[in-house]
Ligand binder design. Sequence first.
Ligand code: HPA
Length: 264
Amino acid sequence: MSNIERAAGFLEQRFGNRAEVAIVLGSGWADAADLFGTTLDEVAYSDIPGFRNSDIVGHAHKARLIQLENNQLLIAFIGRTHLYEGFGVDAVVFGVKVLANLGIKNLILTNACGGLNPVWKPGTPVLISDHINFTGTTPLQGANFLDVTEVYSKRLRNICKSIKPDLEEGVYVGFMGPAYETPAEIEMVRRWGATLVGMSTVLEAMAAREAQMEVLGISLVTNLAAGMSGEPLSHAEVIEAGKNATKMMGTLLAEVMKEITNES
Ligand code: HPA
């Protein structure tokens, strides 16, 4: 039995297999999970066979079973492994593969990111319409020519816009990190068409598509991208912007997840 099967088996025993939607919450988003519904069960990643714990400030690390207001079930993964932690791409996509193994059909990936559009003030949520995988790696193995023309589901984006019509979309570029980008790198990706920049999500989204999950990506812009504001970037600023947006994001995501599970 693989580590993925072992972890999925463990979670199935604890959480059952009735959830159709799951969410991965990135930096500063943990508190939003309290607004999704009623927590039925929670387990630390360190207690799940095969899972890695993370030790970055602002990243809590647990899997939670939540009952939404419409009584549907949600699995929330609070905290993720990043490529820059050095544990490799398998560790980054481990949680997504476990969720696929549990039969999850819809996966919501959230993150905190820098914004290249100056009208997006810190605290603006933006739907990911597409991504540029600039991590230099992939979760796919062998000659797996996965079609990635629609990584981020148009159907799920439309559900979000039906709930919050002023939601904008952006192209997310995933860097390896852990340094923030240089202003020259930001200028480069701007010319490529990117409007959001971060250090997560792209590999998870590809693993989810490989497993035929429908993916929704939502970024919280926590800062203007490097070189745009005249100020240095700081992790504390990113966490702070996430905290300030907790209520808005929690409420928005709760509505989105209710709508997704009503449709399915
Ligand atoms: N760059 C990369 N990752 C980030 C940023 C950024 O500006 N803000 C939050 N995460």
